[in-house]
Design a protein around this ligand. Structure first.
Ligand code: AMP
Length: 420
C-alpha cells in the first residue's frame, strides 16, 4: 500500500469499472437527445452563499456536509454539493430567460458532500442531473419524471418505487406548517433530539425523520395534501394525470418531503426494493422560488438528480452481467526485433482505417503475445515474423476459432473492412 491513499469516501473508477459508467452515461445522453435537453457544465466550486441561500442554512448539506474553503484571495467557496443552484445561477448569469422557455438542461458531473461513507454513499459521487427552467406547467414536471423513469427502464433496473407528493407553495405551506407544529407541540418529549430542532427551524423535515422513536408520531401527522391551496391541488392533479396517461406507476406518499429548502409543489423520489430512505436512487421536484432567491426575476423550475454510483450498485445487486468492455480489433504480434518498425506501421495503418490496434512486444514469445491479445479481447492477431516480413505479408489469425490466412501487408485494412 502506498502511504498516501485516495481520500476517505472517494474512489478510483478503474478501467474494468468503466463499462458500467459508459452504459449509464450513454443511456442518459441518448434520452437527453430524445427529449432535447442540452448539456451544461458549471464549475466544481462556487461562492458558498449560493448554497447557503438556496439549499438552506438549516439543512444537513449546508450545516454538516459542504466542503467549504477560503481561497488565497480570501473568498469563501464551496465544492458543489448539488447541481440545481449552480445551473440556476448560470441561467440568470447568461440571460437564458431570453430563450424560449423552458430551457432544458442536463449535466453528468461529480458532487462533493462530507457524508459518512458506506456502500453507495461517498464524499465524491456523480450525478446525472436534469433541469427544465422557465415553465410552471405540470407537463414539465411529468416530462422530467418520465426521463428519470425511462432511464431506469432502459438500464434494466427493476423493483423500483416512484414516490410522489406535493409540498405546496408559499401560499399554502405556511398554513400547513402551523397545523403540523400544533400536532407536534405536545409530543416533543417522544421524538428524537433532531426532531426537536426541526420543530423550531424546519418543521417539514419532521416528516422525513428516520429515527424509530419518531415513526409513530409521523404516522399520525396531518397530510399536506389536505391543506394544498386550489392552484397547488390542481397542479398536483395534473401531474398525476400525465403520469397515468404515460402508464408510469407511482405511489402517492404524503410523508415525502425533500431535504432542501427550495422545493415547492411536486416532489418525487425513486427507491429500490427493500431499502430505506438512505438508498434513494434518484429524486427531484419543482423549485419555483429558487431563481428569485439568488437575484433573478421570478422563474419556475423543475428537475431531478440521480446518482450514478447508486444506479451501478443496484444493477450489480440485481445480478446484471457486466456490459462488454471495449473490444480490440487487431493485436499485432511482433515476432522478431527486425519486424518492430513494420509492426508499428501496420498498427498505425489499421487505426487510420477505423479499427483499433495494439502492438505486442518483440521481446516476448509468440505464446505470451497471443495470451496478451486474448486478455484484451482481440478479434484478430496479425503475426509479423521474419518470414512474413521478407514476403511483405502478415499472418492473420482469427482468435475465436484459430483459423489463419495470409494477407498482403498493405492489404490488411481492406481485408478487415471486408471481414466485418
Ligand atoms: P439528493 O440531491 O440528496 O436528492 O441526491 C440525489 C441523488 O444523488 C440520490 O438519489 C443519490 O442517488 C445520489 N447521492 C446523494 N448523496 C450521495 C452520496 N453521498 N453518495 C452517492 N450518491 C449520492
Amino acid at each position: 500500500m502506498p502511504d498516501i491513499q485516495a481520500p476517505r469516501g472517494t474512489q478510483d473508477i478503474l478501467p474494468e469499472e468503466q463499462p458500467w459508467w459508459d452504459y449509464v452515461r450513454t443511456a442518459a445522453e441518448r434520452l437527453c437527445r430524445e427529449f432535447r435537453y442540452e448539456q451544461i457544465d458549471t464549475p466544481a466550486f462556487e461562492d458558498v452563499a449560493l448554497f447557503k441561500r438556496t439549499v438552506g442554512g438549516e439543512t444537513d448539506i449546508v450545516q454538516k456536509e459542504m466542503y467549504v474553503f477560503e481561497d488565497r484571495g480570501g473568498q469563501e467557496l464551496a465544492l458543489r454539493p448539488e447541481a440545481t443552484a449552480p445551473v440556476c445561477r448560470a441561467y440568470i448569469e447568461h440571460g437564458m430567460h431570453n430563450q424560449p422557455q423552458p430551457v432544458r438542461l442536463y449535466s453528468i458531473t461529480p458532487m462533493f458532500r462530507y457524508d459518512r461513507p458506506q456502500a453507495g454513499r461517498y464524499r465524491q459521487f456523480h450525478q446525472f442531473n436534469v433541469e427544465a427552467i422557465g415553465d410552471e406547467s405540470a407537463s414539465v414536471d411529468a416530462e422530467t419524471i418520465e426521463i428519470l423513469w425511462r432511464l431506469y427502464e432502459e438500464l434494466g433496473l427493476t423493483g423500483l418505487t416512484l414516490n410522489l407528493n406535493s409540498i405546496g407553495d408559499a401560499e399554502c405551506r405556511p398554513r400547513y406548517l402551523e397545523v403540523l407544529r400544533d400536532y407536534y407541540r405536545d409530543k416533543l418529549d417522544r421524538v428524537c433530539p433532531d426532531c426537536r430542532g426541526r420543530f423550531e427551524h424546519n418543521p417539514l423535515r419532521l416528516l422525513d425523520c428516520k429515527d424509530a422513536r419518531c415513526q409513530g408520531v409521523i404516522a399520525g401527522a396531518p397530510a399536506l395534501a389536505d391543506y394544498l391551496c386550489d392552484a397547488c391541488a390542481q397542479h398536483f392533479a395534473d401531474v398525476k394525470a400525465y403520469m397515468d396517461a404515460l402508464g408510469i406507476p407511482y405511489v402517492e406518499n404524503p410523508r415525502l418531503v425533500r431535504g432542501l429548502d427550495y422545493y415547492t409543489r411536486t416532489v418525487y423520489e425513486v427507491q429500490p426494493l427493500e431499502e430505506g430512505g438512505q438508498s434513494t436512487v434518484g429524486g427531484g421536484g419543482r423549485y419555483d422560488g429558487l431563481i428569485e432567491m439568488i437575484g433573478g426575476r421570478p422563474t419556475p423550475g423543475v428537475g431531478f438528480a440521480t446518482g450514478i454510483e447508486r444506479i451501478i450498485l443496484n444493477l450489480k445487486r440485481q445480478g446484471m452481467p457486466l456490459p462488454d468492455r471495449s473490444k480490440l480489433d487487431v493485436f499485432v504480434v511482433c515476432q522478431s526485433p527486425a519486424a518492430r518498425v513494420s509492426a508499428f506501421k501496420l498498427a498505425s495503418d489499421v487505426r487510420r482505417s477505423g479499427f483499433s490496434a495494439v502492438v505486442g512486444s518483440a521481446d516476448r514469445s509468440l505464446k505470451a503475445q497471443l495470451r496478451h491479445a486474448d486478455s484484451l479481447g482481440a478479434s484478430y492477431a496479425a503475426i509479423l515474423g521474419e518470414r512474413e516480413l521478407a514476403a511483405g505479408e502478415v499472418t492473420l489469425k482469427r482468435l475465436n476459432d484459430g483459423s489463419q490466412e495470409t494477407v498482403a501487408l498493405d492489404g490488411l485494412p481492406q481485408r478487415l473492412s471486408g471481414g466485418r
